[in-house]
Design a binder for this molecule. Structure first.
Ligand code: NAD
Length: 328
């Protein structure tokens, strides 16, 4: 198949591109190379997919451009069979600082793709949404019927994009699905996230920093499980217009995670606490039964196994990855 991955040089987009190339598909990765974090990491991400293309029947084409460029988007969408839309301005705190930029990329960018998809024979349009759409939990774990009351401009933008994605199925028949990812981590992940902070600081003998008292909890999802959920949607009929939670189905306090990683790497280090930050949700926890019933989705990596895998990967790639994390 011809597959378009937007945000294809980013963390999740590059894992999707690599997977689909390995499966023998022809992948086009569109990315504006936003300098939100070190661009060298995005170059490394591209190299992985390019190497896969050399070793398999799949192909990989990188296009530097924006989902806000309607001419480019129209051309790319008309040439594709399936779209995995990952391009976004991610990051809750960035959205608190610059909500209009986040709205433009996350909402208008998604609209541009949906608009271009209206009169095509697409097999699948997958929109990357987020657990941030839920906001303050009324009950945990969240199922998809839980009220959506985001507490950050980022969450509001992802919810608006999700609504348009559903409506474009309802009104125009575009075969859309939105996946609500719960905090994603793994090899080549974005810097400035709890996992990178904890591992990087412990490797350098520095105390990991927790924002708040550490009793907040997160459902963390290993990136391979995110890829698996997306891949299953290529095979699935009759699931159009739906929204699915994709998480690990478990959660951990930030205190427990920091201590677990600290003990794996350097048990002698203390933990440091700083004041909590705007826009953060206190708890996230995915109810993944719907994805399990419809897709057969079953997470394969528990949070602690994943923390160990990520710490090992970090140590094995410390020569290039660590510098990028420290500079971001
Ligand atoms: N990583 C997570 O924990 C997480 C959790 C929930 C949802 N998500 C969603 O998953 C998707 C991927 O996230 P990620 O962690 O890989 O982030 P990322 O920042 O690594 O990747 C996003 C990519 O989009 C690109 N981009 C930004 N603006 C663009 C534009 N106008 N046109 C084209 N490309 C553009 C960026 O350059 C970047 O490479 C996003 O939609 C994000 O909102 C991520």
């Amino acid at each position: 198949m011809q597959i378009l991955v937007t945000g294809g040089s980013g963390f999740i987009g590059s894992h999707l591109a690599e997977y689909f190339v390995n499966e023998g598909h022809d992948v086009v990765a569109l990315d504006v190379l936003d300098p939100f974090y070190n661009l060298e990491l995005k170059r490394q991400n591209r190299k992985v997919a390019e190497r896969s293309a050399e070793q398999t029947n799949g192909s990989y084409t990188f296009i530097e451009g924006s989902v806000l460029d309607t001419d480019l988007v129209g051309k790319l969408v008309s040439d594709t069979d399936a779209i995995f839309h990952q391009a976004a301005q991610a990051g809750v705190r960035t959205s608190v600082r610059n909500p209009t930029k986040v709205h433009e990329i996350n909402v208008t960018g998604t609209m541009n793709l949906l608009e271009a998809a209206r009169d095509t024979e697409l097999t699948r349009f997958v929109n990357a949404s987020s657990s941030s759409v839920y906001g303050k939990p009324k009950a945990l774990p969240y199922d998809e019927e839980h009220p959506t009351e985001p507490v950050s401009p980022y969450g509001a933008s992802k919810l608006a994009a999700e609504h348009y994605t559903r409506v474009y199925h309802e009104v125009y028949g575009v075969p859309t699905v939105s996946l609500r990812y719960f905090t994603v981590y793994g090899p080549r992940m974005r810097p400035n996230m709890a996992f990178t902070n904890f591992v990087s600081r412990c490797i350098h003998g520095e105390p990991p920093i927790i924002f708040g008292d550490g009793s907040q909890t997160r459902d963390f999802t290993y990136v391979e499980d995110i890829v698996d959920a997306n891949a299953r949607l290529l095979e699935l009929d009759n699931a159009d217009g739906i929204v699915l939670n994709i998480g690990s189905g478990d959660r951990i306090t930030i205190n427990e995670l920091a201590k677990f990683i600290r003990d794996e790497i350097n048990p002698d280090i203390d933990i440091r606490y700083e004041s909590s930050r705007d826009g953060d949700t206190r708890h996230t926890h995915a109810d993944i039964r719907k994805a399990n019933e419809l897709l057969g989705y079953e997470p394969t990596v528990s949070i602690k196994e994943g923390a160990r895998l990520f710490a090992d990967w970090y140590r094995n790639n410390v020569d290039w990855y660590d510098a990028l994390v420290r500079q971001s």
